[in-house]
Every structure is written in C-alpha cells, then in structure tokens.
Design a protein around this ligand. Structure first.
Ligand SMILES: NC(=O)c1ccc[n+]([C@@H]2O[C@H](COP(=O)([O-])OP(=O)(O)OC[C@H]3O[C@@H](n4cnc5c(N)ncnc54)[C@H](O)[C@@H]3O)[C@@H](O)[C@H]2O)c1
Length: 335
C-alpha cells in the first residue's frame, strides 16, 4: 500500500485527495495545508486522515512514501525539492515549476535518488486525448499541418501566475503528448486588463518544424467558455470539443489534394475532397482518476510516468519562452 500526503487543500487539493484515496493500492495518510481553516474542512470530509500545518512533519514521517503537491505555483519547486531530498516520490500539479533551471534541478534530483517525479498534466490521462493520440499515431490524419487550440472563459484569476502559466500547460501538454517533440521557436502576445502585472489574454504561435504550426489562445475574460482543438492533417482532420457531452472527438475526411506532378504543380492545381465525418467511441472515465492511478502504479512498480519530470520541464521551457516573447510583444524566441 502506497501512503501519500497531499500538500495544499485549496481549490484543487480536495480533488487530489479524493482520487488518490480511491486509487487501488494507495491511501491518503496525511493532508498538509498552512491554513487551519482549510484543514478543518479537510478533517470534516476525511476524519481518518492525519492533518498537519507542518510540511516538516510530513517529511519526517517514514510511513509517507509519496507527496502530491497542490499549492500555488511559486511554491512547487521548494516543496518538491525538499520532498525528493527526504526520499519521497513526488507528484506536482501543473506547471512543474516557475523557472526552467528549477525544473531541470528537480529532474536531476529525482534521477539521482531513483524516485518518481510526475507532473499532473491531467489531459494526457483524459479519454478524448488518449483517443486523439491513438488516431494521430495510426497515421490516419497523414502529416500534421496545423493545430488550433482555444481555451477561454471567464476564468478564475490566479495571483501568482498569468493566464499563460495557468491555462496553456493543459493545451501544450496535450500537443506535447500528441506530437512528441519540442517546438523550434515561438512568438507570443499578451495583454493585461484586470491587474497590470498579470496577462489575462494571450496568443501563442509555435513552430514545430516540418510544416507544423500551432496556435494557442488562452483567455480569462471571455464571456463564453470554449475548449476546442483542431488538428489539420494532410489526409484527414480532427476536432476535439471538450464541452460536448458525447462525441468530443470527430474526424473529418475532408481536405485538399495537392498536385503531385510537375505539370499540376505548375498550374497550381489543388482539388478539394469532401468525405465522411466519424466520431469514435470515447470512454467516459475521469481523467484525474486515471492520473492518480498511474502515479500510484509508477511508485509501486518503479515505472517512469507518462508525464514525468522531463515532460514537465518541456512545458516549463515553452512557458518561459512565451513569457519572454510577450515582453517584446511577439519577439521570436528559439527553443
Ligand atoms: N490539473 C488541473 O486541472 C488544475 C486545476 C486547478 C489548479 N491546478 C493547480 O493546482 C495548484 C493549486 O491551485 P489551487 O487553485 O488549488 O490554489 P489555492 O490557492 O486554491 O490552494 C492552494 C492551497 O495551498 C496552501 N498552501 C500554500 N502554500 C503552502 C505550503 N507551503 N504548505 C502547505 N500548504 C500551502 C494554501 O493555504 C491553499 O489552501 C496550482 O499549481 C494549480 O496550477 C491544477
């Protein structure tokens, strides 16, 4: 049985506690939060779990094998580093850290200590994204030409990170999982409205090389909620709409047929194809439950997680580059 301590019982922590508690082979042994009020809430819901305001007490408890960190982003590095140094396996909420060097250091430390370091890139564990991965890997879409991603709504304003660091990890980690490589470079634009230090609207344009460009729109000010991603391929295209109750993923057998012979190319002959739309069956399971089960399995069996520290580091690299690009409103940053 893997004993886990959950650090941070604010908005997201309760979801981690519930899902880790329900994961086979695990139990939540401790919940730690600096706030007595939050702990009182946790105690009411989980009377059998030990509550503490002291992170030192968690680290000193030899019965705790792993910690799951759901505190504000600025605290991730320090808490994760101390937990790894104390010999605990670590699950960190997204994004892994606020700085590239911090993420690199955590990866090296986990490697040196032989401990699991995993980041909660939750969408990688969601059934629609798992189906998208299956479709992309099958080659059915052909060569990927473009990705267009929109994640906008009247958002919960964060105090320590902007909309890019808050929302883009979701979409960037989906694309990282699907494409399997870092972009070559990016340009990003952002604007502040509610708070002059924190961008609440941003556009990121990433160049993945080999003809693939991707655009990400993240926004806390939109009156309507949109959670969509289009993958345009040479053969077929896919639309993912996370707000659909069913048929979240649809594959369109539509596109262009590009001229293949010299003569056709000279005449710029492009024809259009219009075919069927297909909605594959997608399981209806909770992404967070899958993520929690995967963490427990990796700890129990010494396996490398799908979203390991390196995956977290790749996303932090992109976020850091986007932040630098926003400073110069779209200045190109190479990765
Ligand atoms: N995977 C997802 O879909 C998802 C969704 C929401 C939030 N998150 C992530 O979860 C993390 C927490 O976000 P939130 O919205 O729950 O924040 P929050 O501010 O609501 O909660 C954070 C909690 O951590 C506690 N805390 C702060 N520093 C601490 C410390 N040093 N030791 C112990 N407790 C401490 C605070 O008292 C608070 O209760 C962030 O990294 C965020 O990006 C992930």
């Amino acid at each position: 049985m893997i004993h886990v301590a959950v650090i941070g019982y604010g908005y997201w922590g309760p979801n981690l506690v519930r899902n880790l508690q329900e994961a086979d082979g695990a139990r939540v042994a401790m919940v730690c939060d600096q706030s007595e009020e939050r702990l009182a809430r946790a105690r009411r819901r989980h009377p059998a779990v030990e509550m503490t305001t002291s992170f030192d007490a968690v680290l000193a408890n030899p019965a705790v094998h792993a910690v799951a960190i759901a505190t504000p982003v600025r605290t991730h590095y320090e808490l994760a580093r101390r937990a790894l140094e104390a010999g605990k396996h670590v699950l960190v909420e997204k994004p892994l850290t606020q700085r590239v060097e911090e993420a690199e250091e955590l990866c090296a430390l986990a490697e040196k200590k032989g401990l699991v370091l995993m980041v909660d890139h939750i969408f990688v564990y969601s059934p629609p994204v798992q189906k998208m991965k299956e479709i992309v890997d099958s080659g059915r879409l052909g060569k990927l030409f473009f990705i267009d991603s929109v994640r906008i709504n009247l958002g919960l304003f964060q105090h320590d990170v902007n909309v890019v660091w808050d929302l883009a990890p979701h979409d960037l980690s989906i694309v990282d999982h699907l494409v399997g490589r870092l972009p070559r470079g990016l340009s990003a634009f952002g604007a502040t409205h509610a708070n002059h230090d924190i961008e609440d609207v941003a556009y990121l344009n990433l160049d993945y090389g080999d003809g693939l460009i991707a655009n990400f729109h993240v926004n806390w000010l939109s009156p309507v909620k949109v959670r969509s991603m289009i993958l345009g391929g040479s053969e077929q295209s896919l639309i993912y709409n996370d707000l659909e109750v069913s048929e979240k993923v649809k594959v369109y057998n539509r596109g262009i047929s590009i001229a293949r012979t010299q003569e056709e190319r000279r005449q710029i002959l492009i024809s259009y194809r219009s075919g069927d739309v297909w909605a594959p069956n997608v399981a209806n399971t909770e992404a967070l439950a899958g993520m929690a089960a995967h963490f427990v399995e990796c700890v129990a069996q010494g396996k490398r997680p799908l979203t390991d520290g390196q995956a977290g580091l790749r996303i932090v690299r992109i976020l850091d580059a986007a932040q630098r690009s926003i400073k110069t409103q779209g200045g190109r940053v190479m990765l």
